[in-house]
Design a protein around this ligand. Structure first.
Ligand code: NAP
Length: 351
């Protein structure tokens, strides 16, 4: 069901101002044909689209890739037109205002907003007072009275005890005051590709949601994090589905080479030129990003796949991928076997 009117979409496209009439027609047709899927985000009970638009990563909804603010706002509105209702941002991304502005045209309760605060300020851990100021600042930038999910951002295992004793009680108070509805924690995947912090966090009762790195190349969360999160009914948002390594076949080739050099023996059998070509066939994946997003989308235990883009064609392609069926069983089995031992690579590495 299209949640937003086509008029609003046309406005979005007009704002983008760079699309040919044919491209605009194609986008409108795709939105009309799209039936977004929704799920319940664990114990939060929130009804959310199975995919969420991320305001961070390399693109920052286009703010890092040369797009104007108007274009980024239009991209968020086009995501709304597709039926996406979950938007993730952070104090550090500089995209809170863009998302806040974009959702002004819908009822507040029709969007689920997630934002976050980093733990370090000038090389020391933030205080409870700074956390309170952070929440207030995010509310102002998002132009809202409450945040649906407030996350502690990129927490490492070394910071975790402090977070539990000093910051979680502050978040409880903010929740009691109605400023935040649910409390989340996100991992520093590039520092802890084997989920050191999250493996511990999923044992505690205070987290309503977690954000975990998971992709074809590093599937370690499947055993280390997801079953424990499911058992506690913690809502799970996955990140890093594509990142750098899975954003093109060229990057994939370089990433596989790097993994081979790191000693991943199972990967020696792969053809250097077309390492995962078994995925691309009739009934299989359309391309590497299609494979990457579908792989995460259908992983049991993952509720929402976050993706980042500043490019409206990528937005449309990703929505289509995330609504396609799972990859064929045999392909999934092969991917599982090939990358079974990788827990030291994230897809973010320089290639
Ligand atoms: N610790 C944390 O809390 C944390 C860390 C990382 C991410 N996150 C959250 O998770 C979100 C998603 O993470 P991510 O940024 O790593 O997302 P991702 O979807 O794995 O990767 C996004 C990258 O892939 C490109 N891309 C997207 N769709 C594409 C397509 N169809 N074809 C080719 N390239 C494509 C994007 O560039 P284009 O603009 O060119 O499309 C961007 O550079 C972030 O925005 C953020 O909200 C949280």
């Amino acid at each position: 069901m299209i949640k937003k009117s086509i008029k609003s979409l046309l406005k979005s496209i007009a704002e983008i101002g760079k699309r040919s009439p044919k491209q605009s027609d194609e986008l409108i047709a795709q939105i009309k044909q799209t039936t977004m899927e929704y799920t319940t985000l664990g114990r939060t009970g929130l009804r959310v689209s199975v995919m969420g638009l991320g305001g961070g990563g390399y693109s920052k909804i286009g703010q890092n890739t040369g797009k104007s603010r108007v274009e980024s706002i239009a991209l968020v509105r086009t995501a709304l037109d597709f039926g996406i209702n979950l938007f993730d941002t952070a104090e550090g991304y500089n995209t809170e205002e863009i998302i806040g502005k974009a959702i002004k045209e819908i009822k507040r309760e029709d969007a689920v907003l997630s934002t976050k605060k980093k733990m370090l300020s000038q090389d020391r851990l933030i205080t409870g007072k700074e956390l309170v100021r952070g929440v207030e600042k995010s509310l102002r930038k998002l132009q809202t009275d409450y945040v649906d999910i407030y996350n502690l951002h990129g927490v490492t295992i070394d910071e975790y005890d402090y977070v539990l004793t000093e910051l979680v009680p502050v978040l409880f108070k903010m929740r009691d005051a109605g400023k935040i509805r649910f409390i989340g924690i996100t991992e520093a995947f590039t520092k802890e590709p084997n989920h050191k912090m999250l493996r511990r966090a999923v044992k505690d009762d205070c987290w309503d949601t977690i954000m975990v790195g998971f992709n074809i190349l590093n599937q370690s969360a499947r055993e280390l994090v997801l079953p424990q999160a499911t058992a506690k009914n913690i809502g799970v948002l996955s990140m890093f589905a594509v990142r750098r390594a899975l954003s093109s076949e060229k990057n994939l080739r370089k990433a596989i080479l790097k993994l081979q050099q790191m000693g991943a023996a199972e990967l020696e059998i792969l053809n250097a030129e077309k390492p995962l070509d078994f995925l691309f066939k009739e009934g299989g994946a359309k391309n590497i990003t299609d494979a990457a997003y579908r792989f995460c989308r259908h992983q049991p235990g993952v509720d929402v796949v976050l993706f980042g883009t500043g490019n409206v064609e990528h937005l449309a392609a990703n929505v289509a991928s995330l609504l396609r069926p799972p990859l064929p069983d045999l392909d999934l089995l092969k991917l599982k076997e090939l990358f079974a031992n990788v827990d030291d690579f994230t897809g973010n590495e320089k290639l």
